[in-house]
Design a protein around this ligand. Sequence first.
Ligand SMILES: Cc1cc2nc3c(=O)[nH]c(=O)nc-3n(C[C@H](O)[C@H](O)[C@H](O)COP(=O)(O)OP(=O)(O)OC[C@H]3O[C@@H](n4cnc5c(N)ncnc54)[C@H](O)[C@@H]3O)c2cc1C
Length: 518
Amino acid sequence: MKSLSNVPAAALPPPRSKVLDARAALHAAVRGRLSFDDLDRLSYARDMWPLAQLWIRQGRVPAPPDAVVWPGTDEEVAQVIALARTRRLAVIPYGSGSGVCGGTWALEGGVTLDLKRFDTIGEVDAAHRSVVVGAGVLGETLERRLNARGWTLGHFPSSIATSTVGGWLAARSAGQFSSKYGKIEDMVLSARVVLGTGERLETPERPFSGPDLLPLLVGSEGTLCAFTSARLRVFPFPKGRVFHGFEFGSVEQGLEAIRLLFREGLRPAVVRLYDPFDTAFVGKGGAHQPVTPPSLRSALQTSLMPALMRQVTKHTLGRPGVMNQLQRAFSRTRLILMFEGEPARAEAEDRSATGICRQLGGDDLGEAPGRTWFKKRYDVSYRMSRLLESGTFADTMEIAAPWERVLQVYQRVHEAASKFAFVLCHFSHAYADGCSLYFSFVGSADSEQDMEARYHQLWRSALAAAVSAGGNVSHHHGVGILKARALQDSLGEGRHALRAVKTVFDPDGVMNPGKLGL
Ligand SMILES: Cc1cc2nc3c(=O)[nH]c(=O)nc-3n(C[C@H](O)[C@H](O)[C@H](O)COP(=O)(O)OP(=O)(O)OC[C@H]3O[C@@H](n4cnc5c(N)ncnc54)[C@H](O)[C@@H]3O)c2cc1C
């Protein structure tokens, strides 16, 4: 609650009367597990979207629900949704609130549906290599349980300790090892959901005949259904890991190395290429003792921000052009690879990858860069407020593009965003078809109002540049409110089809209004 301490009580509007009127019926639907308390409403008024931090600092409440409910069965969820339809109340499915795009903001008030009581983890079906898991299970709890039985999910988002299976499915999550194990949509075999109609649905187990509804629901961010459980694929816990680092003369060479690795059929669990400034800023030390960050957020906290704070003033960040110009002085890019699985196979894959990287002029840095990354891969910071206190904002933008357009997307977004913030990028989550680009932005302005205006300008320009250069608007953080307009624009005629799907699955528009632009 510390981060909400700036918010004066008067900033929280009282619950809407139509929700108060539904109190007895809600109480009956979830057997008394509901709250209209100010503290609960404040806590659920936001997620980890940096804009929320900015607002809270200004004493503004982002978007509080009128009530919070904690159902424990599919039937209870169905009853809440049926009630919401009759009384025209918004329902906002909620996992753990670690989303970074405003996906859980209660834009029209209503009822936040916290699904954390769906917390069961079934026995692993060893023959099928799968496990049935409740939507409210936290990632770390699941992974620890699987590891103790000799299995892994292979899904390691940096937010693993604070995100749920339902949130992953709703926002198309990707973990750090996605290049081998896939994104969450590749791991889910079937799911149980309650639709916005109030109907309960279990998608068929594979293999099956006819159309598959599951891909339509994954990524729907609470606008079509609430996930209550899912059958997920599991893998034997890897017996061996091989790490390797390389340095290239340019981003282009590094990207070409990754593209060739995947074209040759190699599947490293980890592939991360840091752009020159990212490499220069955080990859300090000798080739064998680099300090390479696992993600922007950890970088900001553990090395990048302190380094930035020492080396540049707030004034300089307010004129990011100066800092971004400096980047021209750097060209070396660092690539980190990690293969895992059966030791002999991982080593053989690493040998093939080494051949490709050397052929493209990569300098071999040995295993140290990868090992260091692995050790620090969860050094994640949630203390964005510290950055705000220093008069700075920071955010990340993760998008994806096919191989033939990755470089162009990188250059255009970099150029567009550089007018408003200091920009770094790394490339990760690679596939045979393309890869994701993970931009980090740090900016500043003279006042908090100017900061918010600059923040919005930055996002508008960066997303427009990404789409015009042939990229998409999100790889794994979802869309929420932040990217809703950009998503709708990028869908073209497809937005009518999406609207039609919404009408069928959520005829009264009660499910998470305003997200995905729906
Ligand atoms: C420090 C940090 C690091 C992060 N790193 C990663 C990363 O490496 N990879 C990654 O993918 N993401 C990452 N994220 C983003 C975030 O963790 C993911 O978006 C995650 O999937 C959200 O899960 P959650 O349970 O917290 O969902 P929430 O934030 O509660 O909700 C996210 C969206 O999903 C909907 N939703 C939640 N649960 C359900 C459900 N059961 N049924 C239907 N809809 C539901 C919500 O309505 C909302 O629209 C990071 C976030 C932070 C703060």
